[in-house]
Write a protein that binds this ligand. Structure first.
Ligand code: ATP
Ligand code: MG
Length: 446
């Protein structure tokens, strides 16, 4: 059953009223047919860009993709992407098709699309247009290239990653000929823009069926993330671990919420392990210092894939600190909170849970982490002070006491530390007294 939302229905009516055949197409049709709610609606139309503009004159439109036939109509129901029926040439910049040719029919337009399940169009009156058997593949849970798979992956290497992404999101299997072509054409990934690679990998990592997808297509992943290869089949030889480094990491990815930074951090948290592996005289494996090495490797990856500064910092902190204890009492929790703040603390808890569950051996570690979370909630609910912002005195108070320059910040940090360690109450009176005492001590020492 396809339920066309009012804003898409209206746009189709307007274009058809002006004589241009128009269909819903791609992900929205696929998702509707499998009983999921589409996150956006795309339309394809016989109208050329200039004709679309004339039909929607006076409406709010974005012309960003006009050269490629795409116009975005901003409606009350959300943005609608409307694209002229077209055929694509290659994608040598890995971003935009080199040559776009407008074509006459919806069938011709469907031929340029990558997988049969995304090459179905639907019209409120004419029904489905499905020349490539997409509906059957949808029912069977299969991703199959439209036309010759080698040709399709050669035109645009990104499609290889899109297949893995759809496998992860939908839980579909890649049809064997399509999968074989993906593997033959892995070299085409070299000319895909880093941002597009990052986007597809992020969506893959956040998919519901991510574990199966990562285990089945690790060779595809290796083509864009060669740093991961040493993890494959790297035995841990350690009683704390049931799985090799790769399988452990994949299981851990599936345990954390589908938040990009958390999934990326989980994927990369142990990537330094193979380089740090030692075996002791009892034959037990150790990985001393691996978080630091993991961080170094992760840093190369986030730079190459052009993550934003904020996202990189979030991922790298988690990778580097995944193995460090969070502190087992309120005082240690406050100290840690003052170093990294509540948001990163919660990230770390999630990462530690994922890591513990992904090891498969110590359920008590996980229970302990839930205890930690309660400890954190208790500290936060008590409105405990763990940042300079919450301190009952500020820089002006320190200036008034006669401090200046870097001594101001240093004293505030000293006072914060005293409050966190319960050596002083977080009140103005107590802190000013303590500050004066510290100043005197220093004076006497000099
Ligand atoms: P979702 O929006 O859920 O990510 P989708 O299938 O709609 O999935 P989009 O990237 O929005 O994916 O693309 C819309 C449609 O355009 C696809 O269904 C597919 O038919 C076609 N398409 C998108 N990118 C490509 C590509 N690189 N090569 C071939 N066809 C593509
Ligand atoms: Mg879409």
């Amino acid at each position: 059953m396809i339920r066309l939302p009012a804003h898409a229905a209206r746009a189709i009516e307007q274009l058809e009223g002006a004589g241009f055949e128009t269909w819903a197409v791609g992900g929205c049709v696929r998702d509707s047919l499998r009983g999921a709610t589409p996150h956006d609606w795309d339309l394809c139309t016989a109208a050329r860009p200039e004709q679309m503009k004339a039909v929607f004159a006076g409406k709010r439109v974005l012309e960003t993709g006009l050269k490629h036939g795409t116009l975005t109509l901003l409606t009350d129901g959300g943005p609608l992407e409307i694209t002229t029926f077209r055929a694509d040439g290659g994608y040598s910049d890995g971003r935009h098709p080199d040559a776009v040719r407008f074509v006459g029919s919806v069938e011709d337009d469907l031929a340029r699309r990558d997988f049969t399940v995304g090459a179905i169009a639907w019209h409120p009156v004419r029904g489905l247009c499905d020349p490539y058997g997409g509906l059957d593949d949808l029912q069977d849970g299969i991703l199959r290239a439209v036309g010759d798979p080698d040709a399709r992956f050669t035109e645009d290497g990104l499609r290889i990653l899109r297949a893995v992404r759809f496998a992860s999101q939908l839980g579909f299997a890649v049809e064997p000929q399509t999968a074989a072509a993906m593997r033959r054409q892995l070299g085409r990934l070299d000319c895909v823009a880093a941002e597009r690679v990052r986007e597809e990998l992020t969506r893959t990592l956040c998919g519901r069926f991510v574990q199966r997808a990562l285990l089945s297509y690790r060779d595809v992943l290796a083509a864009v993330l060669p740093e991961l290869v040493p993890m494959f089949d790297c035995a841990q030889q350690n009683p704390h671990h049931l799985y090799d480094v790769w399988e452990h990491s994949v299981r851990a990815v599936g345990q954390v919420p589908a938040v990009p930074a958390l999934r990326w951090a989980m994927l990369l948290h142990d990537c330094g392990k193979p380089a740090c592996k030692t075996i002791d005289e009892k034959g037990v494996g150790h990985f001393y210092g691996h978080p630091k090495v993991s961080r170094e490797i992760a840093e190369q990856i986030v730079q190459r894939l052009r993550f934003s500064g904020a996202e990189s910092a979030r991922i790298l902190l988690l990778v580097e600190q995944h193995d460090r204890p969070l502190g087992e009492n309120d005082k240690l929790v406050r100290r840690r909170l003052s170093q990294i703040g509540e948001a990163r603390f919660r990230d770390l808890l999630a990462i530690k849970k994922g890591d513990a569950v992904g090891q498969g051996t110590h359920p008590e570690d996980v229970a302990w982490l839930y205890g930690m979370e309660q400890c954190l909630d208790r500290v936060l609910a008590a409105d405990a002070c763990f940042s300079l912002r919450q301190l009952a005195v500020n820089g002006n108070d320190m200036l008034a006491l006669g401090l200046s320059g870097p001594a101001v910040g240093a004293m505030l940090h000293d006072l914060l530390r005293a409050v966190i360690d319960e050596q002083a109450d977080n009140t103005r009176g107590a802190l000013l007294t303590l500050a004066r005492a510290r100043m005197e001590e220093r004076h006497e020492q000099q």
